[in-house]
Design a protein around this ligand. Structure first.
Ligand code: 9G3
Length: 570
């Protein structure tokens, strides 16, 4: 494509309201423009990158027998009413009315649509399993769109849905999808982790998120530095063998600790380590007040409390409720001599505490030399704390490291969550009507493009991986008034195109400096400059990623390009 004919509005300065580097560069290099908050236009270069990401996604979906469809963005409200989501979603779900005043949702996701489509078409187990996918615009009215394409209100998603007669069949497709996602993000050169994200049973395997490691990521993940273990920090199980100290048990002592409330205040006031303190919290668990203990240097994970007690609602008790229950202020709570009938659960680390410090359940007093079993009982010891950096990895391999991540994919085992309420059934091999067993699998395609843009750049601009670069080669004649340079550039343009290279030809009558700056900003993998040595049939070549420059004879160019593009490194 000749640059004089296309549309690449590069900017000299960094736009003010873009606060992450991918957003800044996508604007500066003329890949996207914002229409309004969270809504963007893809300009030619941006569209070409998006197209390449889509192609990789399609290849990997097709390779596991995914079949592409396209569903409507306009979704009749009745479908969402069948699952109740019409009522459970708030302003994030965009809604509109047609000319007959009938209500619609603008598609935020397509579980209802695809299930309604298949319940009318699939009647027999013989037609299963079936995996359908689409690459389509989604609408979600985010409260705070930000970071450009990373969190938009209209974005491109690949969403796939699988339908099965058995759980084993779903498990197989789920595994295929995890592998396909691994292939996609690997081919894109992204530094990612497949993260256990189970909200149900901690450590379950019914949903995984794919996180690209990035300091601007909104999620925090805990991953092992020596295995592929990775989990959302709120989901990560803790698997530590706490060794019990051998010191002998001392007598409990009550001590005045005026105005010392937090663990750190107590620890410094009494000159003890936080890990010798017993942190006592009171939670309201489905209406019952429960004492939850942790070691002083650990944080309680309320999701783990909820799962351990199989509760519906778990929240911290109010100071009022605590005062009524314990007859003292929050800062003096402890497990010794608590009201009869109050349940105590504790994180496993508490069992190994010896001669610990705990609140005396008397405002302004604490107890020294408190020991589990001797001085207080615990109904249940459970894994209740947040995982921490430095913990051993739960899989036994390596040590936990925290990192910020950008969620680029999410896969779920849905089971019959949608097929039951929507009566999506088939006849099984005994002729009995069964609800479809389903899975759903998403990739934020436009978000992935931004994640690649975030990871692949340097101080001059983008350094696109070959797999998604908008063009393969940037062909730049230095002086468009020099016949030899123009002639050679034209020849090379035709030659490379005839060999199916995507070539961006900077035929503009601009100064060389402007052309080179734009070329580095746009960030194609390789630049061929036609300059003074055109008369000798020589061109200068620059590899964008390494900055290396070479001089190639024009008759060698095709061989060199063949070699350069045969290694799809990033
Ligand atoms: C909505 C709105 C926002 C939403 C949803 C529905 C997230 C919603 C979860 C999913 C699950 C999977 C298929 C592809 C992969 C992800 N945000 N989710 O259901 F109405 Cl406004 O989308 N869907």
């Amino acid at each position: 494509m000749k640059q004089s004919l296309t549309f690449i509005p590069t900017l000299r300065e960094t736009p003010a309201d873009a606060d992450v580097k991918s957003h800044q560069l996508l604007l500066r290099a003329g890949f996207i423009r914002q229409n309004t908050s969270g809504i963007y236009s893809f300009l030619p270069l941006g569209k070409r990158v998006l197209q390449k990401v889509e192609s990789i996604v399609r290849e990997e979906m097709d390779a596991i027998n995914g079949v592409e469809v396209l569903m409507p963005a306009m979704q009749q409200a009745e479908l969402w009413q069948e699952t109740g989501r019409w009522y459970s979603y708030g302003p994030e779900l965009m809604r509109l009315k047609d000319r007959h005043n009938r209500e619609f949702a603008l598609g935020a996701t397509h579980e209802e649509v695809i299930t309604s489509l298949l319940r009318d078409e699939i009647k027999s187990y013989k037609k299963l399993p079936l995996t359908l996918y689409q690459i389509q615009t989604k609408f979600r009215d985010e409260k705070r769109p930000r970071f450009g394409l990373l969190r938009g209100r209209e974005f491109l998603m690949k969403d796939a849905y699988s339908f099965h007669a058995t759980r084993e069949s779903l498990d197989q497709t789920y595994e295929d999808m995890v592998q396909a996602y691994t292939n996609i993000f690997t081919r894109l050169g992204l530094n990612f982790r497949a993260v256990i994200a189970d909200s149900g049973a901690i450590g379950g395997k019914d949903t995984h998120e794919f996180m690209v490691l990035s300091e601007i990521g909104e999620d925090t993940i805990a991953y092992s530095d020596a295995s592929d273990f990775a989990a959302n920090i709120e989901m990560a199980e803790v698997n530590v063998a706490y060794e019990t100290s051998t010191e002998e048990l001392k007598e409990v002592e009550k001590i005045a600790t005026p105005d010392q409330k937090t663990i750190n205040q107590i620890a410094s006031f009494l000159n003890v380590q936080a890990d010798r303190c017993i942190k006592t919290l009171v939670f309201n668990v489905d209406g019952e007040l429960v004492l939850v203990l942790a070691r002083g240097d650990h944080e309680i994970n309320d999701i783990k409390v909820k799962n351990a007690l199989k509760a519906k609602v778990v929240e911290l008790a109010t100071d009022e409720e605590i005062r009524n229950l314990m007859q003292c202020e929050v800062g003096s709570l402890g497990p010794v001599k608590i009201p009869v009938g109050v349940k105590i659960i504790a994180d496993r680390a508490v069992a190994a505490i010896r001669n610990g410090v705990a609140g005396a359940n008397e405002t302004g007093f604490h107890l020294l030399n408190v020991n589990p079993d001797r001085d207080f009982g615990v109904n249940q010891y459970e894994d209740l704390r947040f995982i921490m950096e430095g913990d051993p990895s739960p899989d036994g391999n390596g040590t936990i490291v925290f990192a910020k991540g950008i969620e680029v994919g999410h896969v779920f085992k849905l089971g019959t969550t949608y097929s039951e309420p929507m009566n999506g059934t088939f006849l099984d091999d005994n002729g009995r009507s069964q609800p479809f067993i389903m899975g759903c699998y998403g990739i934020g395609v436009s978000r992935v493009m931004a994640a690649v843009a975030e990871q692949f750049q340097d101080e001059k601009g983008f350094v696109w991986p070959k797999a998604v670069a908008p063009y393969d080669v940037h062909l730049v004649p230095v002086n468009t008034k020099d016949d030899a340079q123009v002639a050679l550039a034209d020849d090379l343009y035709k030659l490379m195109k005839s060999y199916r290279y995507d070539v961006l030809f900077d035929d503009r009558a601009e100064r060389a400096g402007v052309k080179f700056a734009d070329s580095d900003l746009i960030g194609l993998p390789i630049r061929i400059t036609v300059g003074k040595k055109a008369v000798e049939g020589l061109v200068e070549v620059k590899i964008r990623k390494t900055g290396e420059t070479f001089e190639w004879k024009k008759e060698e160019i095709l061989n060199h390009l063949q070699t350069f593009f045969s290694s799809l490194d990033n």
